[in-house]
Unconditional design. Structure first.
Length: 353
């Protein structure tokens, strides 16, 4: 039995091996970033309690690695594990990251990283992601050329000047470019890891990992809200109240004017402030939250696609299918088959593509 993943590939539904996650550490690594990857991916379990990931700490040269704290770590694995992994995560090392330039990485490291983004003989494509200024490593390897990416907001200016062929978005928590992903500061690595778990195994698995870790399964806003603003910008009304209000009314046909009125702003001011805080327009944000709600309903209920569309706020099954295809690359029925299982869903909901 096979199932379709959200990247369009197929994988065995039963008896498949855990996905290998290689965490590439270098001298000066931030221990928090290394630990969060192990905590989040390491706690992901199937419905039968089986581990879904095999997380391995790797280094360009296996052995003792300095951290930016007063203790070292030991990396047992080398670049061969990096090159063969399903997912590679590159946490930050402030000792070296911001001094990296295009083409300065050792050739063996560069090749190991580039191999990760290639399609191997297995049915699912590999991917690579960075946390914080680990994005400098990906850019120095040439992996971000012509792509959109993010990094810590304090390093975004330097990143943009150093790698002009990369489109830098300093206002978001992470950027998903398919097989290449980048995230902002340390805590944004949590958002990125949960996003990848959700993409691999569905919203229910990611939510359980978040509960175990005592973090929200989806954090509102982007890193723009953490950027220090001039004194004259302080005191501006936040859009957080309207976002919380909207989450309780996703099934209703909410308008931009209603959202702005809830926060007592003009539509123009609200739209500008909303994008500053989230990196999205209000309608883009609302669509993403409705897709999230639809995913939960497809995984956890036997509702038909039309009913899911109504409860998630898309109105019609056709609209839901359109947004699912645009956002996830699969139909609602294919998503349910992958993340809920054909044997667990009722015939009416499963067949309604």
């Amino acid at each position: 039995m096979t199932a379709m993943t959200t990247d369009g590939s197929t994988t065995p539904e039963r008896g498949r091996r855990p996905r290998t996650v290689a965490v590439l550490v270098r001298d000066g690594v931030l221990p928090m970033e290394l630990g969060l990857v192990h905590q989040l991916f390491g706690s992901a379990r199937s419905a039968r309690g089986e581990p879904l990931y095999d997380v391995r700490t790797c280094a360009p040269r296996p052995g003792r690695i300095r951290t930016d704290a007063d203790f070292p770590i030991y990396a047992e694995h080398g670049l061969a594990t990096v090159a063969a992994a399903d997912t590679v995560l590159v946490p930050a090392s402030h000792e070296t990251d911001e001094g990296l330039r295009r083409g300065v990485l050792p050739e063996e490291l560069r090749e190991a990283l580039r191999t990760t983004t290639e399609y191997g003989p297995r049915p699912r494509p590999r991917r690579i992601a960075s946390i914080c200024t680990g994005s400098f490593v990906l850019a120095a390897a040439g992996l971000l050329d012509g792509r959109r990416a993010t990094t810590h907001w304090m390093s975004a200016g330097l990143f943009a000047r150093t790698f002009p062929s990369v489109t830098v978005d300093p206002g978001v928590l992470f950027v998903d470019e398919g097989r290449i992903l980048t995230s902002a500061g340390e805590a944004a690595g949590i958002d990125l890891c949960l996003h990848m778990i959700r993409r691999d195994h569905g919203a229910a698995v990611a939510a359980e990992v978040a509960r175990r870790t005592v973090v929200p399964p989806h954090r509102e806003g982007g890193q723009a809200q953490y950027i220090q603003r001039p004194v004259e910008s302080e005191g501006l009304t936040s859009t957080s109240a309207s976002r919380a209000w909207a989450l309780t009314r996703l099934a209703e046909p909410l308008t931009l004017a209603e959202l702005a009125a809830h926060d007592a702003m003009s539509v123009r001011t609200y739209s500008r402030r909303f994008r500053e805080e989230t990196g999205l327009t209000p309608m883009q944000w609302l669509t993403q939250r409705r897709v999230d709600r639809a995913r939960e309903l497809l995984e956890q209920t036997d509702h038909t696609v039309d009913r899911v569309a109504t409860e998630a706020g898309f109105g019609t099954g056709a609209s839901l299918r359109q947004h699912f295809q645009a956002g996830l690359g699969v139909s609602p029925g294919a998503y349910r088959s992958t993340f809920r299982g054909a044997g667990r869903a009722s015939g009416s909901g499963q067949a309604d593509e």
